[in-house]
Write a protein that binds this ligand. Structure first.
Ligand code: FAD
Length: 479
C-alpha cells in the first residue's frame, strides 16, 4: 500500500501540491513514499527539448534527490525511451513496490495529457493536481462558458477570480523518516546536454531571483522591460518552465509587497502581473484547443499562406547573419545563453515570418531547440502572435521595422555591441541601419564590412514589407 510521487514539470519541494498530498497520504496510511522522475530521451528529441534545458533539468533532479533524502524519501531516476513506454513501466513498478497511489502535477500539453490518460486507462491509480497555473485551465470562461479568444477580457476575468482565490503556499513537507544517505549523482543516458551553468540552480536561487526582482525592479518594469541592455525583467522563466518555482509562489510574492496588485489597475506591479497572466492565457488555450500542441495555425486561414521557406535564409537567421545588427545580436544572445529578451523574441520572430516569409513553425522549433525556458504554450503563443495567425495575435499588416526597433529599444547600441563585438567601432547610425539601407560612403560601409566580415542585409526592408503584405494578405479573412 505504498505511495509514489512522480515528478515531471514540477521540480520543487516547496509549494508542491502533489508532493504534499503524497506525503499526507503516506503519513495517514503509515506507508512508505517513493519518488521517481522518468527520463524519455526519444520523446524529448521528438519535442525538440533544448540540450541546455535538459542540463538544467538534470541539475535540478540532483538537488531534488538530495532534498528528498533529507525528508527520508528515496528517489529514483528511471530511464525509458518515450511516453508510450510509461504506462507499462509504472504499472509494473506499482505492482513490484506495492504502490497503491501515484501522485503527480498535471501538464497542459497534448502528449503529456494522453500519456496520463493511458496510465489511468491501464488502471494506474494516478492522482493529478493542477498547479502549473494559478487558476486551473477551464475555470476562466466567458459568459457562454467558453475559453476567451482575446487576452484583455480573459485577464479581467482572471483577476476577478484570482482576487477571490486565497493563496496559501505549501511548505516543504515534514520528514517522513530519518535522513537517507546522500544519493549518488543521477545522470541522463544518451542525452545531448549543453551546460546551463550560467543559470544558478535550486529552489532557493529561484526564490532569491524572484524577491530581488520584486523588491528592486518590479516598479520600473513598465519602463524598463523593453530595453534588452537593461536588466529590467525577472529572468524567472527558466525556473517557471520546469517548475522549480510555482506560479502561486510568484503571485504570492508579488501580493506580499503589492497587496493591491490584483484589484487596483494603477498598481505599480500590475504590468508584471499581466505577464504572468499571459502565461496562464496561453496554457488555458493549449488545454481548450489541443490542436495547438500539434502546431496547427490557430487561424486556419494561415494554412493558405505561401511561405517562401528559403533554407539558406533560415540558416542566416539562426546563426545571426541577416545583416540586421539587432536581429543578429538577439540570435547570438539565444545561441550563447539559451535565453532571449522578450522584445527581441518579438523582433526576430517578426523578421523571420514577415521579412523572410519563413513558416513560424521553423522559428518556433529553433527556439525550442535552444531555449532554457522552452515552454510549448508560451512559445507557440508567442510565435503565432508574431506571425499574425495566433489567438489575439498582432495583425499581419503590423510589421516591425527592425531599424526603428533597434533605434527605439537599443538607443546607444550597447546590446548590439555586446553580442556583435566585431561592430564595436561602428557608429551608432550604422549599428541601427544595415548596409543596404543607406548609401555607403566610400570610406565607411565597404571598408568596415571587409574588416568585420559582417554580412550585408539579407533583404531590403521596404521591399520585404511590401512582399509580406501581399503574401500574408490571406490572413485578412477572419479565422
Ligand atoms: P518577465 O518579463 O519577468 O515575465 C515574467 C514571467 O511571465 C516570465 O518568466 C514568463 O513565465 C511569463 N511571461 C512573460 N511574457 C510572456 C508572454 N508573452 N507569454 C507567456 N508568458 C509570458 N516564454 C517562455 O517561458 N518560454 C518560451 O518558450 C517562450 N517563447 C517565446 C517565443 C516568442 C516568439 C515570444 C514573442 C515570446 C516567448 N516567450 C516565452 C515569452 C517571453 O518572451 C518570456 O517568458 C520572457 O522573455 C522571459 O523572461 P523573464 O522571465 O525575464 O520575463
Amino acid at each position: 500500500n505504498n505511495a509514489l510521487m512522480w515528478f515531471r514539470q514540477d521540480l520543487r519541494l516547496a509549494d508542491n501540491q502533489a508532493l504534499t498530498a503524497a506525503c499526507d497520504w503516506a503519513r495517514a496510511n503509515g506507508v512508505a513514499l517513493k519518488a521517481i522522475y522518468i527520463a524519455t530521451p526519444t520523446q524529448w528529441q521528438r519535442h525538440d527539448v533544448a540540450p541546455i534545458q535538459l542540463d538544467f533539468i538534470e541539475r535540478h533532479i540532483n538537488l531534488l534527490a538530495q532534498g528528498l533524502a533529507s525528508l527520508g524519501i528515496t528517489f529514483e531516476l528511471i530511464q525509458l525511451d518515450a511516453f508510450a513506454d510509461v504506462p507499462a513501466f509504472i504499472g509494473h513498478y506499482c505492482q513490484q513496490q506495492g504502490i497503491s497511489r501515484v501522485f503527480a502535477g498535471s501538464e497542459p500539453e497534448i502528449n503529456e495529457q494522453q500519456r496520463d490518460q493511458a496510465c489511468i486507462q491501464a488502471g494506474i491509480p494516478l492522482v493529478l493536481t493542477d498547479e502549473h497555473c494559478l487558476l486551473k485551465p477551464g475555470t476562466v470562461l466567458n459568459l457562454s462558458g467558453d475559453m476567451y479568444k482575446v487576452f484583455t477580457p480573459f485577464s479581467r476575468k482572471w483577476r476577478e477570480i484570482a482576487a477571490r482565490h486565497a493563496i496559501f503556499l505549501l511548505p516543504v513537507p515534514a520528514p517522513l523518516g530519518p535522513v537517507l544517505t546522500e544519493p549518488k549523482p543521477h545522470l541522463f543516458n544518451n542525452v545531448t546536454k549543453v551546460s546551463s551553468e550560467l543559470w544558478a540552480a535550486g529552489e532557493g536561487q529561484a526564490k532569491r531571483i524572484l524577491s530581488a526582482f520584486i523588491q528592486q525592479k518590479v516598479q520600473d518594469y513598465k519602463q524598463d522591460r523593453d530595453f534588452p541592455a537593461i536588466d529590467g525583467t525577472s529572468s524567472i522563466s527558466p525556473y517557471l518552465a520546469i517548475g522549480v518555482i510555482s506560479p502561486r509562489q510568484c503571485v504570492a510574492a508579488l501580493l506580499h509587497d503589492f497587496p493591491e496588485v490584483i484589484v487596483d489597475d494603477t498598481s505599480p506591479a500590475r504590468t508584471w502581473l499581466n505577464e504572468l497572466t499571459w502565461r496562464e492565457f496561453y496554457r488555458h488555450l493549449l488545454v481548450a484547443f489541443p490542436d495547438l500542441s500539434k502546431n496547427h495555425n490557430f487561424n486556419r486561414q494561415a494554412d493558405h499562406v505561401q511561405w517562401r521557406n528559403n533554407p539558406q535564409e533560415f540558416a542566416a537567421w539562426c546563426e545571426g547573419r541577416t545583416g540586421y545588427p539587432i536581429v543578429d545580436a538577439a540570435m547570438r544572445q539565444l545561441n550563447q545563453t539559451g535565453w532571449m529578451h522578450n522584445r527581441l523574441r518579438m523582433v526576430v520572430a517578426s523578421f523571420l515570418t514577415k521579412h523572410l516569409l519563413i513558416d513560424w513553425r521553423w522559428g518556433e522549433r529553433y527556439f525550442r531547440q535552444k531555449l532554457i525556458d522552452g515552454d510549448l504554450a508560451a512559445n507557440n503563443g508567442g510565435w503565432q502572435w508574431s506571425a499574425g495567425c495566433g489567438c489575439d495575435a498582432q495583425p499581419y499588416f503590423r510589421i516591425f521595422n527592425p531599424m526603428s526597433q533597434s533605434e527605439k529599444f537599443d538607443p546607444d547600441g550597447s546590446f548590439i555591441r555586446k553580442y556583435l563585438p566585431e561592430l564595436a567601432s561602428w557608429g551608432i547610425k550604422q549599428l541601427h541601419q544595415p548596409s543596404t539601407a543607406q548609401t555607403p560612403s566610400l570610406f565607411e560601409q565597404p571598408l568596415f564590412n571587409i574588416k568585420t566580415a559582417y554580412p550585408s542585409a539579407i533583404v531590403e526592408h521596404s521591399a520585404a514589407r511590401a512582399r509580406a503584405l501581399t503574401v500574408l494578405g490571406v490572413l485578412k479573412k477572419a479565422a
